[in-house]
Design a protein around this ligand. Structure first.
Ligand code: SF4
Ligand code: SF4
Ligand code: SF4
Ligand code: FES
Length: 948
C-alpha cells in the first residue's frame, strides 16, 4: 500500500461550455474558457513550478515562480493568474525561465532553515520539491544578514504547530482560512521582510478565532504549519480512503499511516461531500480509538451492583444468548428487543435488525434516529413519498435564498457550513429562524438578511405565517402546483393558511417575531430565486416535529422550490449514519427501504431470504420498550453503539426502565452511561477498524475502509453474527460486501449498490437502480416519488410544556463544534480544551433578576428533575430562553427534559422544557448519587492473575 497522492492543478476548475484551444510546449490542449495557463498545462501533465497556487484556492500570483513565456507577449507572466486564450502559444521551460525561477527560489531558501534532513516535512514539502524541480543547487546568500530563523514557535493549538522560521509568506494559509473555511482568522502582519502570518489580533492560534479545521495546515507548502502527530510519529507511508464517523456531512478522508499507526487524517479532495475540507472533529479528534479507557475485553456480571468480570468472547456471547433465550422462554418472545446504532455501518445496522426480526422473532427494533430525525422520515414520506432530503450538498452553490431553521451548521455540520458561507459571500440571501443568535446570524463577511428569533416551540406557527403571506399575496408558483401536486389537498391547505389566525400579525403574538419581519422573510423566500430550506433538530425535536417538516415541504411545493439544483428541503442529519440506519430498516414498523412490515409481499422477500416466518405487527419503539420494562413486560435488550441513558430524554425514567431489565447487553467502545445498567459488555470496534458503508445527509453511500485491525478482536458486524448464531439463528456473511449485496437484492432503492460499484465511482446517492445506475443527486425531478406532491394541513398546536410561575424560562439544547453528541469520543480527545463543561446560556436580564453572575453555579429545575451547571451570561439567547449542550454526562441535562414527544413519531421534545433557574452551591443530589453509582458500576474486578 502506498500513500495516495492527489493531483494539484494549481488553480480551481472553471465551469464553461466554451472550450479554448492553445499550445503548451508544442502540445495542443483544449480547456474551458477562463482556465489558467497553469491548469491547462497540468491537464497535459506539464507541471509548472509553483508555491503560492493550489487548486482549492483562487490564484494569487505572489510567488513569481510559475512564470511562462507567451509568444507575441512581452515579459514573463505568472501562469496561475493568466487565463488561456485561443491560439496562444506558451512555453513553460526555457533557459530564461529557468534562470528567473532559480533566482526566486534562491531568495526563498536564503531565509529558510536548511534543516531538511531533520525537518518533520522532509520528503513531503512542496518547497523542497519545487527547489528540486527548479534545479536550485546553490544559495549565494548566507544567514549572516537579517532572517527569521529564530522566530518563536506557536504550539498553543493541541493538534498543530506554527513555526514562523519556515514561513515563505505564500499566503496560502490565509486564503484557505478565508476561501475554504470562511473563518478569516489569519492575516499577514507587517510588510515586506517583516511580514508574518498572525492569527487575528490574538497572540496565538489557541486564543484566536481559529476553529482548528486544519485547512491552513493542509494548504501550507512547508513545515510552517504542521500536524503535531507528524513530529511525534514521522511522515506517513501509506494511506486508505475512508469516511468520517462523526456527523452527517460524511467527509471523506485519507487515513495516513506509518506502519500500523495512524499519523493523520487528511481530507480527500475527491470526497463528494467535502471536496477536500474538514472540521476539527474528523481531521483531528480520532485519538479516542486508542484511549486508555477503551474496553477491549468482553465482560459480564449477574447484577448491575456487581463488579464487572472480564471473560472470553465465547463466554460473553453464550451468556448473553442464554439470558435472552431464558427471558423469552419465561416472559414470551416480545420481552426482548434491540437498538441499532447510527454510528455503525449500514451493514452492521442491517444485521442487528435482521437478528432481532429473525433471531428474536419480533419487531422490537429501534434506532437513535427515534430521538432526532424520525419526524423527517415521516414528514417527507407523507408529502413527497421518500423519507430523505431532496438535494446534494453541491446544490447550495445554486441557491439564491437560504432558509436555516432549527439548525446551527457552523457547529453541527461545519464543513457544509463553510460551503454555505461561500455561497452567502457570493451574494445569496439568508433567513435564519432560531431562538438563539447562532454564529451565521453575523460572522465575518456573512450576515443574515432576516433573523427570526422565535419563542421555542412555535416553528409551525411561523411557517404557517410564511404560507399565509405566500398564498394571500399571490406568490404561489401556480404552474408548479398545478402540474406537480394533488389539487384538492392544495386547495384545502391554501384556504387553511389564509385564515386570519395564521397571519403574521396573529402569529407575532405567539412567536414574538414582528409581523413585518415574517412578511419580509416569506416574500424573500417566495420571490428571491432558488429558495432552499436547511433544517436540523431544532425542527424535529418538538411535539410538532413532524408537522414542522410537513410545513417546510408544503412551502417548498407552494413556491416550486423542488426538483432542481439550488432548492429543496434539506435535513441536516446529526450522526454520521443516521440516514443509513433508517434506510436499513431500523424502525419497528419498517424493513429496509421504508417498507411496512405489514406488507405481505415485502415480508415474503425477507422470509425467503432469511428462511424464517416474520411478524407482521410493528414492534416497540425505544420509549415503549422503556415503559414496558417499568411495567415488567420487557426484560432484555441488545444495544449496539448507542448511549440511551445519556442521549434520551427524562434520564430518571430511562434509568428506571434499564434498571428493571434482567439482561442489558451493551456493545460499545467505552463503558458509557447506559453500561451502568448492563449485564454484558461487548467491546465494539471503531470506524478505523472496520469495513462497511455510511450514508450521509444527502443520501450518499460511501465506503468505510479498514485502516487497522480491530483492537477488540472483532468488527461490530462479526459480533452480531456471533450473538445471532448463539441465539440459534446463524448468519452466513463472510464480509460486509456480502451484506451489502443482500441489501441491494432486497431493497429496490439500493438495487445498483455494490462495493465494486462504490470503488469505481467513489460514492452513490440512492436511489441507485436501473433507472439511475449511478445514483440520484437530486430527487423529485419532474415528478414526486409518490406521484403528485401532497399538501397536508399543519395546524399549530402549542406544546403542553408551558412556562408559568414555577417554571418561567424555556430551556432549549444544542451542540458545539468541538464536541459530538454525548461526547463519548470527543471527550476522550484534546478537543476538551475547547469545552471542558456544559454551560447554561442565560440572558443578562434573566440572570440579574436571579442574582446570577457569569460562571456561577446554577440549579436548573423542571417538573421532571433538576441539575446544576455553571451559567454563561450572553445575549445570544433572548430573555426568557436558556440554552445548554449535553456533551458531558455529569451535566445530566436530560434529567430536566420531559417525556413529551412528537405526536407522529415519539421523537422527544428536547428543544422545549419549562424550567426555573436559581443560584446553587454545587451538584444536585441526583448528580451526586449518579456519580457515586457510576463509579461503583464501572468497577472491573481484578483478574486472578493481577490479584495474585
Ligand atoms: S485551522 Fe482553519 S480556522 Fe484555524 S486558522 Fe487554519 S484555516 Fe483558519
Ligand atoms: S504558514 Fe505556510 S501557508 Fe502560510 S504563508 Fe507561511 S508558508 Fe505559506
Ligand atoms: S463536518 Fe462532520 S463529517 Fe466532516 S469532518 Fe467534521 S464531523 Fe466529520
Ligand atoms: S504559483 Fe503563480 S505566482 Fe505563485
Amino acid at each position: 500500500m502506498a500513500l495516495i497522492s492527489e493531483i494539484d492543478y494549481g488553480t480551481p476548475a472553471v465551469k464553461s461550455d466554451k472550450l479554448v484551444e492553445l499550445t503548451i510546449d508544442g502540445a495542443t490542449v483544449s480547456v474551458p474558457a477562463g482556465t489558467s495557463i497553469m491548469r491547462a498545462a497540468m491537464e497535459i501533465g506539464n507541471h509548472i513550478p509553483k508555491l503560492c497556487a493550489m487548486d482549492s484556492l483562487e490564484a494569487f500570483g505572489s510567488c513569481r515562480l510559475c512564470l511562462v513565456e507567451i509568444e507575441g507577449r512581452a515579459g514573463t507572466p505568472a501562469s496561475c493568474t493568466t487565463p488561456v486564450a485561443a491560439g496562444m502559444i506558451v512555453k513553460t521551460q526555457t533557459p530564461r525561465l529557468k534562470a528567473l525561477r532559480n533566482g526566486v527560489m534562491e531568495l526563498y531558501i536564503s531565509d529558510h532553515p536548511l534543516d531538511c534532513l531533520t525537518c518533520a516535512a522532509n520528503g513531503n514539502c512542496e518547497l523542497q520539491t519545487e527547489a528540486g524541480i527548479v534545479g536550485l543547487r546553490e544559495v549565494r546568500y548566507g544567514y549572516a544578514g537579517e532572517n527569521h530563523l529564530d522566530d518563536k514557535k506557536d504550539v498553543s493549538n493541541p493538534y498543530f504547530a506554527y513555526d514562523p522560521s519556515k514561513c515563505i509568506v505564500c499566503n496560502r494559509c490565509v486564503r484557505a482560512c478565508e476561501e475554504v473555511q470562511g473563518t478569516f482568522a489569519l492575516t499577514i502582519d507587517g510588510r515586506g521582510f517583516e511580514s508574518r502570518i498572525a492569527a487575528g489580533q490574538a497572540e496565538d492560534f489557541f486564543d484566536s478565532e481559529c476553529v482548528s479545521c486544519g485547512a491552513c495546515v493542509q494548504a501550507c507548502p512547508t513545515a510552517t504549519l504542521s500536524e503535531k502527530a507528524v513530529f511525534d510519529i514521522g511522515q506517513p507511508e501509506h494511506s486508505v480512503v475512508t469516511t468520517c464517523a462523526y456527523c452527517g456531512v460524511g467527509c471523506a478522508f485519507k487515513a495516513e499511516m506509518r506502519g500500523d499507526e495512524l499519523v493523520r487524517m487528511v481530507p480527500y479532495k475527491d470526497g463528494k461531500a467535502n471536496h477536500g475540507h474538514s472540521c476539527v472533529k474528523g481531521r483531528f479528534a480520532w485519538g479516542y480509538a486508542t484511549h486508555k479507557e477503551r474496553i477491549l475485553k468482553p465482560m459480564i456480571r449477574a447484577r448491575i451492583s456487581d463488579p464487572w468480570r472480564e471473560v472470553s468472547w465465547e463466554e460473553a456471547i453464550s451468556y448473553a444468548a442464554s439470558e435472552f433465550k431464558r427471558i423469552q422462554a419465561t416472559h414470551g418472545k416480545y420481552a426482548v428487543g434491540g437498538i441499532t446504532s447510527s454510528r455503525c455501518t449500514n451493514e452492521e445496522t442491517y444485521l442487528v435488525q435482521e437478528m432481532i426480526r429473525a433471531g428474536f422473532g419480533n419487531n422490537n427494533v429501534d434506532t437513535c434516529a427515534r430521538v432526532c430525525h424520525s419526524p423527517t422520515g415521516y414528514g417527507l414520506k407523507t408529502t413527497f413519498g421518500t423519507s430523505a432530503g431532496t438535494q446534494e450538498f453541491d446544490s447550495v452553490d445554486d441557491a439564491d435564498v437560504i432558509v436555516i431553521i432549527g439548525a446551527n451548521p457552523t457547529d453541527g455540520h461545519p464543513v457544509f457550513a463553510s460551503r454555505m458561507k461561500k455561497r452567502l459571500r457570493e451574494g445569496a440571501k439568508l433567513i435564519i429562524i432560531d431562538p438563539r443568535r447562532i454564529d451565521l446570524v453575523r460572522s465575518p463577511h456573512v450576515e443574515a438578511d432576516y433573523h427570526l428569533p422565535l419563542k421555542p416551540g412555535t416553528n409551525v406557527a411561523i411557517l404557517d405565517a410564511f404560507a399565509h403571506v405566500i398564498v394571500t399575496e399571490g406568490l404561489v408558483n401556480e404552474a408548479f402546483v398545478r402540474e406537480r401536486c394533488e389539487p384538492a389537498e392544495f386547495a384545502a391547505w391554501a384556504s387553511f393558511v389564509s385564515e386570519p389566525r395564521n397571519s403574521p400579525e396573529e402569529v407575532e403574538k405567539v412567536t414574538g417575531v414582528p409581523a413585518e419581519t415574517i412578511r419580509a422573510a416569506a416574500r424573500l423566500y417566495a420571490t428571491g430565486g432558488n429558495g432552499a430550506f436547511y433544517y436540523g433538530l431544532g425542527v424535529t425535536e418538538h411535539s410538532q416535529g413532524s408537522t414542522t417538516v410537513i410545513a417546510i415541504a408544503n412551502l417548498a411545493m407552494a413556491t416550486g422550490n423542488l426538483g432542481r439544483s439550488g432548492v429543496g428541503v434539506n435535513p441536516l442529519r446529526g450522526q454520521n449514519n443516521v440516514q443509513g440506519s433508517c434506510d436499513m430498516g431500523s424502525f419497528p414498523h419498517e424493513f429496509s427501504g421504508y417498507r411496512h412490515v405489514s406488507d405481505d409481499a415485502v415480508r415474503s422477500i425477507f422470509e425467503t431470504i432469511w428462511g424464517v416466518t416474520l411478524e407482521k405487527e410493528p414492534g416497540l419503539r425505544i420509549p415503549n420498550m422503556i415503559d414496558a420494562a417499568i411495567d415488567g413486560t420487557f426484560k432484555g435488550i441488545y444495544i449496539q453503539g448507542e448511549d440511551i441513558l445519556q442521549s434520551d430524554p427524562d434520564t430518571k425514567h430511562m434509568a428506571a426502565g434499564l434498571g428493571a431489565m434482567e439482561c442489558v447487553v451493551v456493545q460499545d467502545l467505552f463503558l458509557n452511561e447506559t453500561a451502568n445498567y448492563a449485564h454484558v459488555f461487548l467491546p465494539g470496534s471503531t470506524f478505523l477498524e472496520k469495513n462497511g458503508t455510511f450514508t450521509n445527509a444527502e443520501r450518499r453511500i460511501q465506503r468505510v475502509r479498514k485502516v487497522m485491525a480491530p483492537k477488540n478482536g472483532y468488527e461490530d458486524w462479526e459480533i452480531t453474527i456471533l450473538l445471532s448464531e448463539a441465539l440459534g439463528y446463524p448468519m452466513h456473511y463472510k464480509h460486509p460486501s456480502e451484506i451489502m449485496d443482500e441489501i441491494a437484492r432486497v431493497t429496490p432503492t439500493f438495487a445498483g449498490v455494490s462495493y465494486a460499484h462504490l470503488d469505481e465511482v467513489g460514492s452513490i446517492q440512492w436511489p441507485c437502480n436501473d433507472k439511475a445506475p449511478n445514483g440520484t443527486p437530486i430527487m423529485h425531478i419532474g415528478t414526486f416519488t409518490r406521484g403528485k406532491g401532497k399538501f397536508v394541513l399543519t395546524e399549530y398546536v402549542p406544546t403542553d410544556e408551558r412556562t408559568g410561575p414555577r417554571f418561567p424560562l424555556l430551556l432549549t439544547t444544542g451542540r458545539i463544534l468541538s464536541q459530538y453528541n454525548v461526547g463519548a469520543q470527543t471527550r476522550r480527545t484534546a478537543n476538551v480544551v475547547w469545552h471542558e463543561e456544559d454551560l447554561l446560556e442565560i440572558h443578562p436580564h434573566d440572570a440579574e433578576q436571579r442574582g446570577i453572575r457569569d460562571l456561577d453555579w446554577v440549579k436548573v429545575q423542571s417538573r421532571s428533575g433538576e441539575t446544576t451547571l455553571r451559567a454563561k451570561l450572553t445575549d445570544r439567547v433572548a430573555p426568557g430562553v436558556v440554552y445548554t449542550t449535553f456533551h458531558h454526562p455529569l451535566t445530566q441535562a436530560n434529567v430536566v427534559t420531559t417525556e413529551f414527544s412528537d405526536w407522529a413519531t415519539n421523537c422527544p421534545e428536547y428543544k422545549v422544557t419549562a424550567v426555573q433557574v436559581s443560584t446553587s452551591n454545587g451538584p444536585s443530589e441526583w448528580q451526586e448519587k449518579y456519580r457515586e453509582m457510576s463509579e461503583h458500576n464501572s468497577r472491573i474486578a481484578q483478574t486472578l492473575d493481577a490479584a495474585e
